[in-house]
Design a protein around this ligand. Structure first.
Ligand code: ADP
Ligand code: ZN
Ligand code: MG
Length: 496
């Protein structure tokens, strides 16, 4: 088949609907260890190029690898969080290939006997919950980083930074259970959340500590067998993953509709072009001449060690969400928003524990605070409002010392200036107006200014009452107690 027939043909939504996509993801995650997988070099990101290297990670003759215990522990933790079966004995294997970023000429990985098998991850997409099978989780080491510079042929440079070489990774391979780009997106988001919660990895996609390759094929709906799969690489953001899959699904359907067959190959996502491009024909496992690494003992994960890791496992997102609902009586939806990251969940709990009414805390954090953080381009980790300070404000609003409307103004000022709620309320004279006399004066003035609305009210229009309430509260700069405004307006309107 020529290259042309492998390129995209436009297909109509009707044709698209005849087909179904089948997707499996392979995710590489850098483990959050201080040192590398098989030597004592630092894994710190951003250090001077080639400053964190030694004979082991540079593959010098005679150097011997020793497995980092912490890496083993984190890999087991990830496998447990993904409900895998941990193998008591797994084996490191050499995956042989030549590439300048791989000085030994092979990568230490796991092949026939991986660390863990047969797990699953619950995701939600398009309103439905679904379980995606995890085929395997295995340990391996990262390669170095190639950097290319310049465009003109006469002035092009390539550099290699070996700092990353030998950093511990796990590879998480999913079953081909994913059916849509939205499900793939949700799988990756949920996986990232679990790995962050368990502190297995910081999952920073910009720094490359979370990387995803997608395998995708299409078949006619109801067809018994999977189609030929294509592997898409270079998907270094969530958006690229979804876009590349959408593009690739349509391309493959186009090839099939034109009477062709999809070629099994590796394709690269071209960000600028918004398309995938053929990179190389598919390589097969036998090409790599895998064999057990004679320099390393088998990796052991005894039942005792696995139990120890399980016992030290931090609370997972699902468990936290359920606990927030039962312990704090907040809505399922809010619990989902508040547990999006462990840091945000921690913030909410700190506010609730500092004495704020939990439901109010949930609403204020998920609406007001998240909006302000977003506008300010800040993460919850750099929130200028301490949990105790927010708790104090919420308690003041709860007791009715100021109205909710004033509370929002105080909140904004606290966020911008770091001042305490009490200070702002005192200096701006915001205390809630509950004095019936003062409210009545405002109410009468509002009615006097609105003769047409008064007539409508007399004519039996209910909506106008709400208008009057709103006007009185507005005239009081949001300080009048809404309940008292209601009572007084009813009386004054009846008399008017
Ligand atoms: P390979 O031998 O090419 O490495 P694997 O069977 O190991 O293939 O699968 C690699 C990834 O591709 C897994 O995530 C798997 O779920 C997925 N996969 C396998 N077959 C298909 C298919 N026909 N369509 C889409 N994805 C697939
Ligand atoms: Zn080293
Ligand atoms: Mg494979």
């Amino acid at each position: 088949m020529t290259r042309d027939t492998q390129e995209a043909n436009r297909v109509t939504p009707e044709i698209m609907a005849k087909y179904e996509a089948v997707i499996g993801l392979e995710v590489h995650v850098q483990l959050k260890t201080r040192t590398k997988a098989f030597c004592g070099c630092s894994t710190r990101f951003g250090d001077a190029p080639n400053s964190n290297t030694c004979p082991v990670c540079l593959g010098l003759p005679g150097a011997l690898p020793v497995l980092n215990r912490r890496a083993r522990e984190l890999a087991i933790r990830a496998a447990l969080a993904l409900e895998c079966k941990i193998q008591e004995r797994s084996v490191f294997a050499r995956k042989n290939y030549f590439y300048p970023d791989l000085p030994k000429g092979y990568q230490i990985s796991q092949y026939e006997l991986p660390l863990a098998l047969a797990g699953s991850l619950k995701i939600e997409a398009e309103g439905a919950a679904k379980r995606i099978g995890i085929t395997r989780v295995h340990m391996e080491e990262d390669a170095a980083k190639n950097l290319h510079e310049g465009f003109a042929d006469s002035d092009r440079w390539s550099y290699i930074d070996y700092n990353r070489c030998g950093t511990p990774l796990i590879e998480i391979v999913s079953e081909p259970d994913i059916r849509t780009p939205a499900e793939a997106y949700s799988y990756l988001t949920t996986l990232k959340q679990v790995l962050e919660y368990t502190e297995v990895s910081d999952c920073n996609m910009e720094e490359g500590s979370l990387r995803c390759d997608a395998n995708v094929s299409v078949r006619l709906r109801g067809a018994p067998k999977f189609g030929t799969k294509v592997e898409a690489k270079n998907l270094n953001s969530f958006r690229y993953l979804a876009h590349a899959l959408e593009y690739e699904i349509e391309r493959q359907i186009g090839v099939m509709e034109a009477g062709g067959t999809v070629t099994q190959e590796t394709r690269l996502w071209n960000v600028a072009g918004g398309r995938t491009e053929a990179m190389r024909s598919k390589e097969f496992a036998h090409d790599y001449r895998y064999f057990p690494d004679p320099d390393l003992l088998p990796l052991t994960a005894s039942a005792a060690l696995v139990e120890q890791v399980r016992a030290a496992m931090p609370e997972l997102p699902d468990a936290k969400r359920a606990r927030f609902v039962s312990e704090y009586g907040i809505a399922e939806y809010d619990a989902g928003v508040l547990t999006a990251t462990r840091a945000l969940a921690g913030y909410f709990e700190a506010v609730a524990r500092a004495g704020a009414p939990a439901r109010a805390a949930a609403t204020w954090i998920s609406v007001e605070l998240l909006r302000r953080l977003k506008d300010a381009g800040k993460e919850i980790e750099d929130c200028p409002l301490a949990p105790a300070a927010l708790a104090e404000l919420l308690a003041i609003v709860e007791r009715g010392e100021i109205t909710a409307a004033s509370g929002k103004r105080v909140f904004a000022t606290m966020f911008d200036t770091g001042k305490k709620a009490r200070e702002i309320i005192a200096s701006e004279g915001m205390a809630q107006i509950s004095d019936p006399g003062a409210i009545e004066t405002i109410a009468r003035a509002v009615i006097a200014k609105n003769p047409e609305n008064l007539a409508k009210y007399r004519g039996g229009s209910e909506g106008v009452f709400k208008y009057f309430v709103g006007q009185v509260i507005k005239e009081s700069r949001g300080q009048a107690n809404p309940q008292i405004v209601n009572e007084i307006l009813k009386r004054v309107l009846a008399e008017a």
